[in-house]
Write a protein of this length. Structure first.
Lengths: 174, 759
């Protein structure tokens, strides 16, 4: 007799935990302080997209693999899908909406100009990673750029024109 | 030309680098509910219990539906074989069984978990060769009752579609041959892995559905959703948003029917977004396949006859697989001169996720097999692999196996020559554990219908109203934009192309097969003739000059040779709008099917290669004998593009296509267990290429204008993925001195091939 499979068809898909009481959180995003009530396990990505409506940070996998949700936490690039919002209380969070000062930053300008953008879904994450890299290393080599980008997946471009953008941006921002 | 041929910035570049672009996953409507599906946890079985009461009682749930709430008929792209919900049997892991709409996503997930489901699991049909034997269990015992969408075609049992070609002289040539070379090649499944998961928002109002998508082919969503729901297509309005990648996986109907049914059941907008794991497990991936190839060769190296037998995994429902069975016949006698060729290609039903379109459909593994086989023949003859290819290469006027003439096939020889100039064959792969491989392909430009309306706005800018979609390739945001600007002497930034809305825009066949720039570009040129004529006629009245003495330059109409006699387009457009009416033009285009011999085979649903393009790829690799890792040292492409409307855009398509091919060749494989389930279930396990893996591709653009294409353009974006696995496998085999006949080529495969050849 064949085995009987019983239960939910959720398969390997995660099932939500019980909703516990919300907790309050003070979060600084793009220089602005927000006071929010969140669930204890709520990710920073959820808070950014669903509570603050900052839709530029993209959800690609929620596994920390694709890098589309990359934001800066105190200047370091982090996958916001893996970080509990509560864990970044007091830190400075920068999202794509906080880059470029109302115009375009050097890396945004270069990404647009060199063809580093195709479908664009990964683009905010790449901009954030490269923003952090260029803040740390003023004149990175091509190899350093590629290594820095190892946590961001782009399925369209094959990376060359994104790397070109990073190298071009360093040429105009010493 | 001032705009066509320059690397203009894509029109959506700024909104994308600023994170402002709204994709399908970002669309929100007031009061929208969140939907989730209950999917089968097993690949094959009988549903013996389905209890929805727990889900219905879950807090926040507004609707729970299953097969009894959906139309009973089956739907499909080519054959109507698929129900919306499994009811008695499940045929693949992930098949929808029920759907829930709730106030929050968490509530929807909770409700799905509350559904009571009992399945008696059955052995899954997985292995392609066993599936086509007489003893095999049938995935669809009722296959005979399925109705084809168009004319029926050869199929039966677990064979979802079959192409057969039996030309005379094959057996005689094999009997007389000096050498017979025989190979078996295997290719794994490849996941499109677009970064934006599938998403939809549906609304129902007074008998009409509005469906928000990020889809490559909105009109197909309209028509297929109408078919699945059993309503007329005008009852569906599809609105397109930015597409976060598709690569073929967003061409057919997906999750749209479930959101539409739930919207109707609840009277509320319904949003559904797939989890990454769910997306991966249920995506219509590139099919896994088995290719058997035999060639009869004479002493001088001529291939005097050939046999090819291909089994392609359709998965549990046919999808587009019956169309893809045409590819082996179209490719087995392309590039090289071969004698009469027996072709058998079968799409096979299995208890696995239905496969579908992925950039370079079927061509990636067929060219891999065909080009590995050429290396094998050359090695068996003791000939240099490149020199042997040049010896048997097609010439102008040679014909494909369908009888279609390729009047410009000698472009292949030019491409080999151009690569030799930058990457001399004898200087490459010339060190231990280094190897070089070359591969060539002929590919098509999708011919399907497209159209555009041009409107000259009253401020002198140009609107392009079209159903064409930009899947990221730039075909709309560079190609169409630049062509439209060129036609009317405008800057690209003065052209605004609409987003798709099937209630508004004229028909388009979607971003597939590199068709958009050629087909819609051509439609834009036709529409521009009408706009130009009306514009010049209106201006001639205002300038008091004969229309034939007028020219369009820099957003103005001027009298030729009289620089002071000019008038702004805005002024002409405004005057026209408020007198005889707005200046509007319409154009449409479809490529006719090339002449061919319809009697060459049975079951050939896709009978010819419209607007052929020519491709030669060369790879140099190095193998690490300890880890088995393959490093790509150089990658060179020579590609016929007709005319590069935007050279940087073309380079981006080549670099990106080659990268997907490198993933296919070296990293990406969905392995299917005996239970019919994928072994790789996350992006951590499914290894995609990352920046440090990928070399900078050296691209050589060949430009032989296509008389039918706008400014000579041909399809560009799809084919760079096609020859990659072939070039890489040939290079790795050369490096290790042992044949690699399966892809992906994992480090373990490389090591076992190295160990197998040791005495």
């Amino acid at each position: 007799r064949p085995p009987l499979v019983v239960g939910s068809g959720g398969g390997d898909l995660p099932v939500p935990s019980d909703r516990a009481g919300r907790v309050s959180l003070s979060l600084t995003v793009n220089g602005r302080l927000h006071r929010l009530d969140v669930e204890p396990a709520e990710t920073l990505l959820r808070v950014l997209r669903e509570r603050l409506h900052l839709l530029g940070t993209k959800e690609g996998c929620v596994e920390g693999e694709c890098g589309a949700c990359t934001v800066l936490i105190d200047g370091r690039p982090i996958d916001s899908c893996l970080v509990a919002a509560l864990a970044v209380e007091g830190a400075a969070v920068t999202t794509i909406e906080g880059v470029g000062n109302g115009g375009l930053s050097a890396i945004q300008e270069a990404m647009a100009r060199t063809g580093g953008v195709q479908c664009g879904f990964c683009t905010p994450g790449f901009v954030m990673t490269l923003t952090a890299l260029l803040a740390d290393v003023s004149q990175p080599t091509e190899e350093e750029v590629r290594l820095a980008l190892a946590g961001n997946i782009c399925r369209c471009t094959g990376y060359s024109q994104i790397v070109d953008a990073a190298l071009a941006a360093t040429a105009i921002t010493p | 030309m001032t705009v066509v041929g320059i690397s203009a910035q894509r029109s959506d570049a700024v909104v994308k680098v600023r994170g402002e672009a709204i994709y399908g996953v970002d669309v929100a409507l007031p009061g929208a509910l969140h939907a989730r599906l209950l999917r089968s946890p097993v690949a094959a079985g009988q549903i013996v219990g389905l209890d929805l009461s727990g889900a219905r009682e879950t807090t926040g749930v507004r609707a729970v539906i299953s097969a009894e709430d959906a139309p009973a008929h089956r739907h499909g792209l080519v054959i109507n074989d698929q129900p919306l919900f499994a009811s008695e049997r499940v045929l693949f892991e992930g098949e929808p069984i029920a759907a829930v709409a709730a106030e929050t996503e968490a509530a929807a997930r909770q409700a799905v978990a509350e559904i009571g489901l009992e399945i008696e699991e059955e052995a899954a049909v997985v292995d392609l060769e066993s599936a086509v034997t007489a003893e095999a269990r049938l995935v669809h015992p009722d296959w005979g009752s399925f109705v084809a969408v168009g004319e029926d075609f050869p199929r039966g049992g677990n064979v979802a579609g079959e192409v057969l070609a039996e030309p005379p002289g094959v057996d005689e040539a094999f009997a007389a041959a000096d050498l017979v070379v025989e190979d078996v090649y295997r290719a794994g499944r490849q996941y499109q892995a677009y970064l934006e998961p599938k998403a939809v928002v549906a609304q129902y109002e007074s008998g009409r559905y509005t469906v928000h998508v990020s889809h490559q082919y909105p009109f197909n969503v309209r028509d297929r959703l109408a078919q699945a729901l059993g309503v007329r297509s005008s009852a569906i309005r599809v609105v397109g948003h930015h597409i976060g990648g598709g690569f073929g996986a967003k061409l057919d109907l997906g999750i749209e029917p479930y959101a539409a049914l739930l919207a109707r059941a609840t009277g509320r907008p319904v949003k559904m977004v797939l989890d990454r794991a769910e997306d991966l497990l249920t995506c219509p991936c590139r099919e896994n396949a088995l290719v058997r190839l035999r060639s009869a060769v004479s002493r001088d190296g001529s291939i005097v006859a050939r046999e090819i037998d291909v089994l392609m995994d359709a998965g549990a429902y046919a999808g587009d697989a019956p169309l893809l069975t045409s590819l082996p016949l179209l490719l087995a006698g392309a590039v090289y001169q071969v004698g009469p060729t027996r072709v058998r290609a079968r799409a096979v039903y299995t208890n696995t996720t239905p496969t579908g379109a992925f950039r370079g459909v079927s061509g990636t593994y067929l060219v891999f097999a065909l080009e590995r086989h050429i290396d094998h023949i050359a090695n068996a003859l003791g000939r240099d692999r490149r020199e042997y290819r040049l010896r048997i290469l097609m010439e102008d006027g040679d014909r494909l196996l369908n009888g279609q003439e390729l009047p410009d096939a000698s472009i292949l020889r030019e491409a080999f020559g151009r690569i030799e100039e930058v990457a001399p064959w004898n200087a490459l792969g010339d060190a231990p554990l280094r190897g070089v491989g070359v591969a060539a392909a002929v590919w098509l430009t999708n011919p399907m219908a497209g159209s555009a309306i041009l409107k000259l706005h009253e401020d002198g800018t140009l609107g392009v109203v079209t159903g064409a979609t930009d899947n990221g390739s730039g075909a709309v945001t560079m190609g169409i934009t630049q062509i439209a600007a060129e036609e009317l002497g405008l800057r690209p930034e003065d052209v605004v192309v609409s987003m798709p809305d099937t209630d508004v825009v004229p028909y388009d066949s979607g971003s597939q097969g590199s068709r958009t720039t050629q087909i819609v570009g051509r439609a834009v040129r036709e529409a521009a003739v009408e706009v130009r004529n009306r514009l010049l006629s209106a201006a001639s009245g205002l300038l008091e000059a004969d229309a034939k003495d007028l020219e369009l330059v820099g957003g103005k109409v001027g009298v030729k040779g009289v620089p002071e006699s000019q008038i702004a387009l805005a002024e002409v457009a405004t005057a026209a709008t408020f007198s005889e009416g707005p200046i509007v033009g319409f154009g449409s285009h479809v490529t006719s099917t090339p002449a061919h011999d319809p009697s060459c085979a049975s079951g050939l649903l896709f009978p010819a290669f419209p607007t052929p393009t020519y491709h030669v790829h060369l790879a140099e690799v190095e193998v690490d004998p300890v880890t088995g890792n393959v490093t790509v040292l150089r990658y060179v492409v020579a590609q016929e593009v007709g005319k590069a409307i935007n050279p940087d855009g073309v380079l981006g398509q080549i670099q990106g296509g080659v990268t997907q091919g490198l993933g296919y060749a070296l990293y990406e494989g969905l392995h299917i267990g005996d239970d019919g389930k994928y072994r790789q279930r996350t992006l951590e396990a499914y290894r995609l290429p990352i920046a440090p893996d990928i070399p900078r591709v050296e691209a050589i653009l060949l430009e032989h204008p296509n008389p039918e294409g706008p400014y000579g353009a041909r399809g560009v974006a799809e084919p760079p993925v096609v020859p990659v696995a072939a070039a890489i496998a040939n290079a790795v085999s050369d490096a290790i001195g042992a044949p690699i006949d399966a892809i992906p080529i994992t480090p373990a495969d490389v090591l076992s091939a190295i160990h197998a050849k040791r005495p």
